[in-house]
Design a protein around this ligand. Structure first.
Ligand code: ATP
Ligand code: MG
Length: 496
């Protein structure tokens, strides 16, 4: 199948203080998977939000099947058969799976009531087609991030769209779920659906896409045929320079134990788990989604209670009943779910960076905003946060830049133990390299890091040791000389 399904020409979009898009071109063929690639803040999501009627277009034209169209809202986009799976999950947490899938288009009985039965039946059929083992009446807040992501995907598919935009659909999926998604994509492709695929994971692009369009700083850089290009070529198009030394790590750990967890048990979640973290160490936590990694960290950080077990900081037993206790013990936790558990989206970058350390700027009960401002600017510079000013609302930053704001907040507390939960999720290659180099710098200064990550190359290249979890237990702690992709997967799937 071929033929032009979509064409976007000279698309321009301004936001107060930022030129998000400057004359960007993009096209999509029938049955094509076309990637949009670019660093955080390049404008990928903005371009797709224009296509989906979420943002209005300032300049430029959109053609569908060679006819020019005006898209003035989400309903218009649906009319033209366009749907989007958003980068940030946008399901309604207290509604059921079925209600979320059919939100706003519920089928109605003859008497005008919502036809619950049909809705639940249809939703259940979709869930079964996708082999998810979920019931349509489960409320969404009971699902983990990966499951929610799959519901977003099912929802988009259920519209029978001609064009489906997937904005970082795999950022919280495991390899198995990614395989499954790719099967779905190949299916849709055969039916002639065009897919716009946004991801920072280069290996995925090589696996699933036909063409790749690269953007940088709101401009169109070029389009290449996937099978004719290379990783290096794409990276240099993306960042405008060659990127060497991706993983930066100077290995030198002391024997000093800074954090010790003994026999921690939380019924049905964590089972009798013990480990030690040494000064200046990066201890990777690997495992499949649902293995209990985040749950364990939440117990240590006081976000969750547990029945049994002890925590020692520098040899002293501590009681951590809430995050404040953890912060007092110089423990910091950057959560995986930045939207729900981390950022204050309608507040400024500055507010988000300094919220945990405001007392430091207090003088006679007034915040010294000049110092606060300097501190924020330091982080903006050190982590290259792309924002017009410290006063920009965080919701207006791109996904990866939001992640950097969250990391800054915790760095500002000057922690001794820094727990990073999927620190580079949704972060582009350039920013990833920056985050790795920041991690390396921190451990050199004596900070100890626990890094939960589902990206094996990152775990393998950055960690001193790797704890592999499976079903609520640490299955094995591997040392540098004994870990590789295969051994980690072996223990993660329950091997001995
Ligand atoms: N509603 C908004 N108001 C103001 N600025 C915005 C808004 N939405 C996006 N921007 C800005 O537009 C630029 C492009 O952002 P966009 O989210 O499209 O980037 P992206 O390529 O999707 O990045 P990422 O890979 O991090 O998701 C950024 O500088 C961002 O801060
Ligand atoms: Mg984006």
């Amino acid at each position: 199948m071929s033929g032009k399904l979509l064409e976007m020409k000279g698309v321009t979009k301004r936001f107060p203080g930022v030129y998000a898009l400057k004359g960007v071109d993009f096209e999509l063929e029938i049955g094509e998977v076309h990637a949009l690639l670019g660093e955080n803040g390049a404008g990928k999501s903005t371009l797709m939000k224009i296509l989906n009627g979420i943002y209005s277009i300032d300049e430029g034209n959109i053609f569908i099947n060679r006819n020019e169209v005006q898209i003035h809202g989400v309903k218009d986009a649906q009319k033209y058969g366009i749907s989007i799976i958003h980068q940030e999950i946008s399901l309604v947490p207290y509604l059921s799976i079925a209600e979320n899938i059919y939100l706003g288009r519920e089928s109605v009985t003859k008497t005008g009531f919502i036809d619950q039965k049909t809705m639940y039946e249809n939703a259940q059929k979709l869930l079964n087609d996708f082999d998810l083992g979920l019931s349509a009446d489960t409320t969404v807040n009971k699902l983990n991030v990966a499951q929610q992501q799959m519901i977003e995907i099912i929802k988009a598919v259920s519209f029978h769209s001609k064009i489906i935009v997937m904005d970082e659909p795999t950022s919280s999926l495991t390899e198995k779920e990614v395989d499954f998604l790719f099967k779905t994509i190949r299916n849709l492709k055969e039916q002639g659906v065009g897919i716009v695929y946004i991801s920072h994971r280069m290996n995925e692009l090589f696996e699933i896409t036909d063409r790749i369009t690269v953007m940088r700083d709101g401009t169109y850089i070029g389009t290449v045929i996937t099978k004719d290009t290379t990783n290096e070529k794409l990276i240099s198009m993306m960042v405008g320079r060659e990127l060497t030394n991706y993983y930066v790590r100077d290995f030198s750990v002391s024997d000093e134990c800074v954090l010790k967890v003994s026999n921690l048990t939380k019924k049905g979640v964590i089972e009798n788990t013990s480990f030690e973290l040494r000064k200046g160490e990066i201890l990777g936590f690997s495992g499949l989604v649902g293995a209990g990694r985040s749950e364990l960290m939440k117990c240590i950080f006081g976000l969750d209670s547990f029945e049994q077990g002890e925590i020692f900081v520098k040899g002293n037993k501590v009681t951590i009943k809430n995050p404040n206790d953890a912060i007092k013990n110089k423990i910091a936790y950057v959560t995986e779910n930045r939207k729900e558990e981390g950022l204050f989206l309608i507040q400024s970058v500055q507010y988000n960076v300094t919220i945990k350390i405001l007392d430091e700027f207090m003088k006679f009960f007034r915040v010294n905003s000049k110092v606060e401002n300097m501190e924020t600017n330091n982080y903006i510079k050190e982590l290259s946060i792309k924002t017009p000013s410290p006063n920009q609302e965080v919701k207006n930053l791109s996904g990866g830049n939001q992640q950097k704001v969250l990391i800054s907040r915790w760095l500002a507390t000057k922690p001794q133990v820094l727990i990073l939960d999927e620190p580079t999720r949704g972060v582009d290659v350039g920013a990833k390299a920056e985050i790795y180099s920041i991690m390396n710098q921190l451990v050199k200064e004596g900070v100890s890091i626990i890094m939960i990550s589902s990206e094996l190359p990152e775990v393998i290249n950055m960690s001193d040791r790797v704890a592999v979890m499976c079903k609520g237990k640490i299955q094995k702690i591997l040392t540098k000389d004994s870990f590789n992709q295969e051994t980690i997967m072996h223990y993660a799937t329950g091997g001995n």
